[in-house]
Design a binder for this molecule. Structure first.
Ligand SMILES: Nc1ncnc2c1ncn2[C@@H]1O[C@H](COP(=O)(O)OP(=O)(O)OP(=O)(O)O)[C@@H](O)[C@H]1O
Ligand SMILES: [Mg+2]
Length: 322
């Protein structure tokens, strides 16, 4: 069966004044899957999401959502999407419950069904206790959950999540991931932006990496890792004697060594054959090692090799930036 793409952008261009932010971006999201749009600060992620969700005009290219043109059929597009993220729709002065009911009314639910749906979402997102407090008293994690809940009032089949976990502590991030995974199980098509490779790795079916307004790589996490990565075998020795003997015995195969840790790393292309070969060399010369670890390439390695920049680690990001 031919693949069905629910979100499609072709040759998308956008400038702010003389600053060309998107220089021809192509992306497609298959029905019922998640695409992660990955890129550093200022790469154009929010700009792309705002265009796809009809909130922002663009200069060139073609964009459709569920077959509807985002310019000519913006109303139809809006009826099938939910949007959450950096341009939050939550009203600070209203309580969580009031926010949900209000949004339900905006989506033309009856009063009774808006109230019922709000109750359901408050429960699902663990916000029952805080339901009747103004949103301004919520913690960052609660805010994000309310923000996502608000965008799900009308159970849209397609949702855009713009950096849903940026600035959250690890526990709240896991809670958010669980909610997102549940949406995916229900068949929702999702476009998520993130600066965290780990997040894309954990959640997404496909990844598009943008930098400098262009797509610089795309594929599944495994495909992207396969592009750069070779596995590495790290051997740890108990003493300096064994370490020195191993370095000598392995000769050219040593890719890296650390005299302090007494560890030696070799590159492996074919896991079982190369690991056996290395261990055979040591066994033949009766060199004992203490432990061994196989390191798989990570998306961080991919990102570094593509952009020349180190990816952000969640902990490095300042809390409460957004
Ligand atoms: N309204 C605007 N007017 C002028 N320039 C803008 C505007 N919005 C965004 N930009 C610029 O466009 C570029 C891309 O911004 P965008 O917000 O899309 O990046 P991003 O990938 O979402 O970054 P972040 O990870 O920080 O959210 C940046 O250089 C930004 O300064
Ligand atoms: Mg952004």
């Amino acid at each position: 069966m031919a693949k069905e793409y629910v979100i499609e952008a072709k040759g998308l261009k956008k400038s702010y004044g003389s600053n060309q932010v998107l220089k021809g971006v192509d992306l497609k999201v298959e029905r019922g899957t998640m695409l992660a749009l990955l890129g550093p600060n200022g790469a154009g992620k929010t700009t792309t999401v705002r265009i796809l969700s009809t909130l922002l005009s663009f200069d060139g290219g073609k964009v459709s959502v569920e077959g509807y043109d985002v310019v000519k059929e913006a109303d139809k597009v809006r009826s099938v999407i939910g949007l959450t993220g950096q341009s939050a729709a939550v009203d600070e002065l209203l309580t969580g419950r009031e926010n949900l009911v209000m949004m339900g009314r905006l989506y033309r639910l009856t009063k009774r069904s808006a109230v019922a749906r709000a109750e359901e979402l408050l429960k699902e997102f663990g916000l029952e206790k805080a339901a009747d407090r103004p949103a301004k008293t919520y913690s960052g994690g609660m805010r994000r959950r309310l923000d996502l809940a608000v965008s799900l009032i009308a159970t849209p089949p397609i949702i855009f999540l713009d950096e849903p976990t940026t600035g959250l502590d690890p526990r709240s991030r896991l809670a958010m991931w669980a909610i997102i995974k549940k949406l995916m199980e229900n068949g929702t098509t999702i476009l998520l932006t993130t600066q965290y490779l780990e997040e894309a790795d954990q959640l997404a079916d496909n990844i598009v990496v943008i930098d400098g307004g262009k797509v610089i790589a795309e594929g599944s996490a495994a495909q992207l890792k396969g592009k750069v990565g070779k596995d590495r075998l790290e051997l740890q020795f108990a003493g300096e004697k064994q370490f020195a003997e191993a370095v000598k015995a392995l000769g050219k195969d040593v890719a890296d060594k650390n005299e302090k840790d007494l560890s030696v790393t070799t590159i492996i292309k074919n896991t079982s054959a190369d690991v056996r070969k290395t261990l055979d060399v040591l066994a033949k010369q009766k060199i004992e090692f203490e432990s061994m670890t196989i390191h798989k390439p990570t998306l961080d390695d991919v990102f570094l090799s593509l952009t020349g920049k180190q990816a952000k680690k969640p902990a490095e990001k300042k809390k409460g930036k957004k």
